[in-house]
Ligand binder design. Structure first.
Ligand SMILES: [Zn+2]
Length: 258
């Protein structure tokens, strides 16, 4: 009964919030990161993006007034990681805030002596635990080009990571996945990346990944969708774990397309 009700509600939302086909097609064609999806996957991605936008608000800040095209650009890329999971993974927050460019995040914190500090940093994206995802539109607009940079996937990967508490590079794993194997693969690669950076070698990933295990997972996720071949070559065990987690294989589908 519940299943039927859910299905009915889903159909109704899809009808009510249907996105203009021409707009979606235009934005889709400008996002090489979506290349390789077959027709069924494309349809499901657009459905997810439609339901995503029916559920969430995209608000402007810093003088930006987001239009539907901007919202669709965010939604299509945010839904790519959950294409074979479920939109439920993005439950618990409703707002995406778009700034025109870099924004300053202010974080107040107390040090061990109890002194208050105000940390102010320019950011291109931020994901709040239980709160909004904040993005720089300028950086969203240069995401999805298959060059390894994708602020949308990065921030929404943090949201997946936060499903079981603080972002720490350990999102909830699916049944049949082995937490030890996950941890071994990711921490081994993390250490290798930190060693490479210490040795002054060119890292196979954006050096920001070495910031923390949480950033590592988000940067890995960007690479997984943007440059899967490079990631699979650099960290094959990590790649295999991400295939299991995301339940898709971007390298394989991009090879098939060739
Ligand atoms: Zn991050």
């Amino acid at each position: 009964m519940l299943q039927r009700w859910k299905q009915w509600r889903r159909e109704r939302l899809l009808q009510r919030h249907a996105l203009p086909k021409a707009l979606v097609a235009e934005i889709y064609s400008q996002l090489p990161v979506l290349a390789g999806l077959d027709r069924d996957e494309q349809e499901r991605l657009v459905e997810l993006a439609t339901l995503f936008l029916a559920d969430k608000r995209v608000l402007g800040a810093g003088g930006l007034e987001p239009d539907l095209g901007m919202a669709v650009t965010v939604a299509l890329q945010a839904c790519l990681p959950v294409l074979n999971l479920d939109l439920d993974w993005y439950r618990g927050f409703t707002t995406i805030i778009l700034y025109p460019g870099d924004f300053v995040a202010r974080h107040r914190y107390q040090d061990e002596l109890g002194l208050e500090h105000l940390d102010e940093q320019p950011m291109v994206g931020e994901a709040w635990d239980g709160g909004p995802v904040v993005l720089s539109w300028e950086d969203v607009a240069r995401s999805g080009e298959r060059d390894g940079f994708n602020v949308v996937i990065h921030e929404f990967a943090h949201k997946l990571d936060m499903r079981n508490g603080d972002a720490n590079g350990h999102p909830p794993l699916h049944e049949g996945m082995d937490r030890q194997v996950w941890t071994h693969a990711l921490s081994g690669a993390y250490e290798a990346l930190c060693d490479a950076l210490d040795a002054g070698e060119a890292p196979p990933l954006d050096a920001y990944a070495a910031e923390s295990p949480a950033e590592f997972f988000s940067v890995l996720s960007e690479a997984f969708f943007e440059l899967p071949e490079d990631l699979a070559m650099a960290y094959p065990e990590v790649y295999r774990q991400l295939v299991l987690f995301y339940r898709q294989d971007p390298w394989q589908r991009l090879q098939e397309k060739r």
